[in-house]
Write a protein that binds this ligand. Structure first.
Ligand SMILES: C[S@@+](CC[C@H](N)C(=O)[O-])C[C@H]1O[C@@H](n2cnc3c(N)ncnc32)[C@H](O)[C@@H]1O
Length: 265
């Protein structure tokens, strides 16, 4: 199955921001319910240890993605870590088009454990003041190869670690799961927070949200980079020496494609 770039509705400039927020809210809800990114916690811990970072700068955060659950899991594992690595990292959500309402909700729901940066942050040009381990969840596939490489190159130029994690996969089994995922979101829509009557309207009366979730979900799978493509990409980066770990984490319900890069000390 070859990678296709194609488009997703929620990334188009003319797509209404209220519907875009409906999509990222639903994604955040589904990923949180399924604890879909739980298998990447050890990878995050290793990257924090390798870089000595005490700040995680999450890029392309949408409505917060998996961070309420991941913050809890990272904190729960702190007591079992070595004394010098026992300090819980700060977590900062960022986005080029920050959904401040959703960021506030995540901050409250996480007991202030997850904070956010209110100004726009472009993953290809992260402000110098944000020094830390960069992360990206369910987002890297949006970028065509040149832009995806620019995101990695920007992290390398800043000598910051970076972790890219992708739930979609270019695999028939994951494309089929996308249908089940959207059906689950369709049924669970009344429980998605913040509660909005408009969410019910655009789901049950005029089902734009389920249609876009399904379309964008399938396209996401077809755009996701495979581990061998990620290896080719990092081979073209210039600058400091990095150690790259690239593969698929299979410990959870759905395999997660990952790329983790840390400067060699
Ligand atoms: C699929 S959504 C959110 C994924 C989110 N991490 C999650 O797990 O639910 C992708 C996000 O990327 C953001 N985005 C698009 N281009 C960007 C860029 N160049 N830099 C930073 N964020 C960008 C969009 O605003 C959108 O919120």
């Amino acid at each position: 199955m070859r990678r296709i770039q194609f488009f997703e509705f929620h990334e188009l400039a003319w797509f209404p921001s209220s519907l875009r927020d409906g999509i990222t809210d639903a994604l955040q809800f589904g990923i949180h319910q399924l604890r879909a990114y739980a298998p990447v916690v050890p990878l995050l811990e290793n990257a924090l240890d390798a870089t000595g970072s005490r700040l995680i700068v999450d890029m392309c955060s949408g409505a917060g993605g998996p961070w309420i659950d991941l913050a809890r899991q990272l904190d729960a594992r702190m007591p079992s870590r070595s004394a010098e690595n026992r300090l819980a990292p700060e977590i900062l959500l960022t986005d080029k088009y920050p959904n401040l309402g959703a960021f506030e909700n995540v901050k409250v729901a996480s007991g202030n454990r997850v904070d956010f940066y209110p100004a726009p942050v472009d993953a290809m040009n992260v402000p110098e003041e944000l020094q830390g381990l960069r992360t990206m969840f369910t987002s890297f596939h949006h970028f065509p190869p040149e832009e995806a490489r620019a995101i990695l190159q920007n992290a390398v130029a800043a000598n910051n670690g970076i972790g890219v994690f992708e739930l979609p996969r270019r695999a028939p089994s994951t494309i089929l799961l996308t249908f089940a995922f959207v059906f689950m979101l369709f049924v669970c829509t009344p429980w998605i927070r913040p509660f909005r009557w408009s969410r019910l309207l655009w789901t049950y009366l005029i089902p734009i949200l389920p249609f876009v979730l399904l379309f964008d979900g399938v396209v996401s799978c077809l755009r996701t980079y495979r581990p061998e493509e990620l290896r080719e990409m990092v081979a073209k980066l210039n600058g400091s020496e990095y150690r790259w770990e690239i593969g698929e984490a299979a410990g959870g319900r759905i395999p997660i494609t990952y790329l983790v890069g840390c400067p060699r000390v």
